[in-house]
Design a protein around this ligand. Structure first.
Ligand code: NAP
Ligand code: GDD
Length: 352
């Protein structure tokens, strides 16, 4: 039985990867950080699984990281833990660097100090945010990086540390450069889930409108469930290599809002000067304002356009995403229309 250690197991990707690896009959260990309230809601369904063990640790603490690697001696490590919110990283740059940059170094050093360089395969959750102010369209494994946030800069450190440990110590250490991937398990303060939960609240008569930041930024949005399959395939190759995972389509935040409202038969019309804070989205049927602009949601530096070319993943991994933009929006809206009716939703949204 193969053993895998997942950091960030309580996050969106942690949920789908745990599910996948348990189905593949892995023994799964999850590094979970201490929280004052339970933070395992995404993996509650697996908590009684005999092949899942959660271990207390924190990516900012090299002692716990090293101890967990020593105790578990995993065949594969998926390093998903991160302060993953780009906007918030501008407010917490030092913490973001500690966890997202040095955390990776701590894990790679833990592999070395436990003499597992030749035994343990390492996956680093790298990101399309590395491309930032993009140098070419679409972005591939060869596109130069230009990070635009403390988050992306910390992830750049981790990207190169992973490459360096591969080259210096011959480790099977790889980067998955993943473009945005979403799902009903997406955190509530990422734009897609923010939109789908707000649309769900509007259609259920729980709110009249919501606010949003930059409508023009474009992202290559895929379905998280398919992306964790790509992560696993990256670690099953004969030799370590870095891969882009993406859909090859790009859509703006504006288009996401329009598509989400379309799922509930509301056509959005935009009023006011385009790109200004006076612009708003109204219900074309009755002129009711449903979307307003909140300047506080804009970032000090924005990533305007991401679109990935995952040809290498298709060729080498046989990985190709099936769920594209429209279906993804439908999956999320459909889920959230029911989700916001649950009693705990009111608590969850105030905690966000
Ligand atoms: P997520 O939902 O925000 O999950 C992040 C995970 O990291 C959570 O389990 C969180 O624990 C954990 N974590 C945060 N700080 C930690 C610390 N100091 N010690 C231990 N664990 C810590 O993120 P995601 O969407 O699943 O993404 C997974 C990874 O892929 C992240 O590294 C992200 O940066 C990267 N990535 C994501 C995307 C995307 O579109 N989703 C694209 C490219 C790359 P709590 O539950 O306790 O907060
Ligand atoms: N979060 C948020 N909230 N974003 C907004 C809002 C809002 O109210 N309004 C507009 N946006 C815009 C952001 O400015 C950004 O351009 C875009 O929506 C997407 O924002 P997020 O959903 O927060 O995701 P992200 O692209 O910044 O980062 C995500 O994807 C990266 C991969 O490219 C995260 O998952 C990162 O961890 C990941 O690396």
């Amino acid at each position: 039985m193969k053993k895998a250690l997942i950091t960030g197991i309580t996050g969106q990707d942690g949920h789908y990867l745990t599910d996948l690896l348990l189905q593949k009959n892995y023994k799964v260990y999850g590094l979970v950080r201490r929280n004052s309230s339970p933070n395992t809601h995404r993996i509650n369904a697996f908590l009684n699984h005999p092949n899942l063990t959660l271990l207390s640790g924190d990516m900012s603490d090299s002692i716990s990281v090293s101890r967990i690697v020593a105790d578990t001696r995993p065949d594969e490590i998926y390093n998903l833990a991160a302060m993953s919110h780009v906007g918030l990283s501008f407010n917490q740059p030092e913490y973001t660097a500690d966890v997202d940059a040095l955390g990776t170094l701590r894990m790679l050093e833990a592999i070395r100090s436990n003499k597992l360089e030749k035994a343990t395969r390492f996956y680093q959750a790298s990101t399309s945010e590395l491309f930032g102010k993009v140098q070419e369209v679409p972005q591939t494994e060869k596109t130069p990086f230009h990070p635009r946030s403390p988050y992306a800069i910390a992830k750049l450190y981790s990207y190169w540390t992973t490459v360096n440990y591969r080259e210096a110590y011959g480790m099977f250490a790889t980067n998955g450069i993943l473009f945005n991937h979403e799902s009903p398990h997406r955190g509530l303060n990422f734009v897609t889930r923010k939109i789908t939960t707000n649309v769900a609240e509007i259609v259920n008569g729980m709110r009249s409108h919501f606010t949003i930041g930059n409508l023009e930024s474009k992202r290559d949005w895929g379905y998280a469930k398919e992306y964790v399959e790509g992560m696993w395939r990256i670690l099953q190759q004969d030799s370590p290599k870095d891969f882009v995972l993406a859909t090859g389509e790009t859509h703006s935040v504006r288009e996401f809002i329009e598509a989400a409202f379309e799922c509930v038969d509301i056509k959005i019309e935009w009023k006011g000067p385009k790109g200004s804070v006076e612009e708003c989205g109204v219900n074309a049927k009755n002129n009711e304002v449903l979307v307003k602009i909140d300047p506080q949601q804009f970032r000090p530096a924005e990533v305007d356009l991401l679109i990935g070319d995952a040809s290498l993943a298709k060729k080498d991994l046989g990985w190709e995403p099936k769920v594209k933009f429209q279906e993804l929006v439908e999956i999320m809206v459909k889920h959230d229309i029911e989700y916001v009716k649950q009693p705990y939703w009111q608590v969850e949204k105030t905690l966000c």
